[in-house]
Design a binder for this molecule. Structure first.
Ligand SMILES: [Zn+2]
Ligand SMILES: [Zn+2]
Length: 300
């Protein structure tokens, strides 16, 4: 049995390497690699043409660090470990399911629905689950340790979206797996919705202020998300947890949007003491003892 998992692990590792290499050497309209570059270039062009904080440098603090995080979290981490680990977990999970006599977890077989409806359902459902996982990252001190990497950004720009600890990938993917499987969504990727979510996330972190109007009740925006990163946060455990959509925050009463957040200081208490290099940021959550969640020390 162990040989089965060992060979699956090694095969997945090689498979992902080949997949990534193919993605890079054969540009196509389904390439995650070029998709990331294109979306980043477009959103960065918007930041440069219409900057919200006009005095923020074009190459802001941590521009290159966050650029590295983008490629690390979207590709390198998968190459190093997770894709292989994830295939093993999924395989083990489905053999467990088969031996328990349940061929499927599915309540609804979404595969029978029109493709546009499948995509829309996946987008909304995943965003809803991610809203709750994000709340958990703020609520559970041990998870907040890892999530602090994302909140250590002090000057916002598009790439800050993908500045996060690799442990978040594990937390999000594993918690999402069962509810999505109940709707018949496996681990397959949906390129179109991944790119839409990537673009919205880039814009939400960009130094750019889209004229959002009443759409603010549905879509997250830089104007709203900047308050999620605010250093001064009078709400215990934070607010504005939505990723692509803001509607969950409005429904569940977790909106904090007092005024224009254009110049609000970002980070958390003692952010200036937080490590500023990739490797030290990766190690820090395993040794950080200051588990003060956002807001708690500043509630008066
Ligand atoms: Zn957060
Ligand atoms: Zn953010």
């Amino acid at each position: 049995m162990w040989e089965h998992y060992e060979s699956l692990f090694l095969r997945s590792f090689g498979d992902y390497g080949r997949y990534l290499w193919n993605d890079i050497t054969h540009p196509s309209w389904h390439s995650y690699f070029y998709g990331l570059i294109l979306v980043s270039a477009l959103v960065y062009a918007l930041e440069l043409a219409f900057p919200w904080r006009k005095d923020q440098p074009r190459i802001r603090k941590d521009f290159w660090l966050d650029g590295f995080y983008m490629f690390f979290n979207m590709f390198l981490f998968w190459l190093v470990a997770y894709n292989a680990v994830s295939n093993v977990v999924v395989d083990a999970f489905s053999s467990l399911r088969n031996s328990a006599g349940l061929d499927s977890l599915e309540w609804i077989d979404v595969a029978t629905l029109p493709i546009a409806l499948q995509l829309a359902l996946m987008f909304v459902l995943r965003d809803f689950i991610q809203y709750w996982i994000h709340r958990l990252l703020h609520r559970v001190p041990r998870l907040w340790d890892f999530h602090k990497v994302h909140h250590s950004v002090e000057q916002m720009g598009f790439a800050a979206q993908l500045r996060y600890h690799w442990m978040e990938t594990i937390v999000y993917r594993s918690i999402q797996y069962i509810p999505l499987a109940m709707f018949g969504f496996g681990i397959q990727e949906f390129f179109a919705i991944d790119m839409i979510a990537l673009t919205i996330g880039h814009v939400n972190h960009a130094n750019f202020r889209p004229p959002i109007g009443p759409l603010r009740y549905v879509l997250n925006s830089p104007q709203m998300h900047i308050w999620h990163h605010a250093k001064e946060m009078p709400v215990r455990y934070g607010a504005n947890y939505g990723l692509s959509l803001s509607v969950w925050d409005w429904i569940f009463g977790t909106v904090y949007w007092p005024t224009s957040g254009r110049d609000t200081p970002l980070g958390f208490e003692h952010v200036e003491r937080y490590p500023d290099h990739f490797v030290t940021q990766m190690i820090f959550p395993f040794e950080d003892q200051d588990r003060t969640p956002p807001g708690t020390s500043r509630v008066s």
